[in-house]
Design a protein around this ligand. Sequence first.
Ligand code: TXA
Ligand code: MG
Length: 334
Amino acid sequence: MHTRVERAETGVLLAAEYLRAGELVAFPTETVYGLGADARRDDAVRKIFAAKGRPSGNPLIVHVADPADARPAAGLTAHWPLVAEKLAKRFWPGPLTLIVPRGPGLSALVSGGRHTVALRCPGHPVADALLRTFGGPLAAPSANRSGFTSPTTAAHVRAELEGRVPLILDGGACQIGLESTVIDISENVPTVLRPGAITVEMLREAIGGVQLGMTTVRLDESAASPGLHSRHYAPRTTAYRFTRAQWPLAQQYAAARKPVGLLSISEVVYLAAPHETMRMPADETAYARALYGALREADECGLNAILVLMPEERGGMWMAIQDRLTRATEPMPG
Ligand code: TXA
Ligand code: MG
């Protein structure tokens, strides 16, 4: 399959045609690039799983143009809890995904066998234009091969999915750079399944009690149950995380396995050539925006490993950064 890349400003009409024909289109959102298909059609949604190499039990996020399109009347949900209304009012369009009881209007494949559906109204002009021009809900996971780093530019999408997607809309670099916050409000206590730019603090402020439901299973424990392990959002090169206190250990490792890459907040720690030091910003939003691009760059340098200094800051978006870093890496050996 030939992969066409079109500038977003001029490619939206064509993209909507592809989607109407049941084809896939990769498009920018404010978080990461998505791989979209008509969420009402089994044949179209099946192509997403095939292109990504994604296990069919892993459900997809359904994107809508307008918060009103999420309610039961639109056939996407069976029930629209009051807390969904509150969160949608406050944070949509934006980087928040709500898990609610599924309605009859969607392909069952988007839910991966669950009785719920994940919904998001993205806050990006190209995603918005595409959803409106297409005129229906779009299932869209991140536009990467399953398990690897999410793309934050059209070039990243191409590197992941060349020959597997017929059309990529190029809308430049994503502003946020990490995937949306996912909150499950289908049960009694709202539960954050994936932290993101809409922080736990912001959610608590809006609706009160919110619990954390992230489970980070250690890699070695999960060998017996593929699909459940925590390694995700990962570069191809083996990546190890270490804390500031483990810096001597990291230096030792680097000396033995030359050359390695080092991902560190500017000036905190540094490795001289032949190693590659990627200097990350100290500001949380800038760090988030730069993270996936930095991991990809490090991946292209022919390094023996990537060593990641875990930021020690707490709260705000650092939670999402730490979550993705933990999933992208293994603990430093030794
Ligand atoms: O920022 C984002 O959310 C991006 C852009 C493209 O919108 N999309 C994205 O999709 O990150 P994906 O498929 O890579 O991640 C969706 C996450 C997965 O961890 C999936 O397991 C979870 O949401 N999810 C989706 N539907 C769910 C459901 N019904 N119940 C529980 N988890 C669900
Ligand atoms: Mg993903």
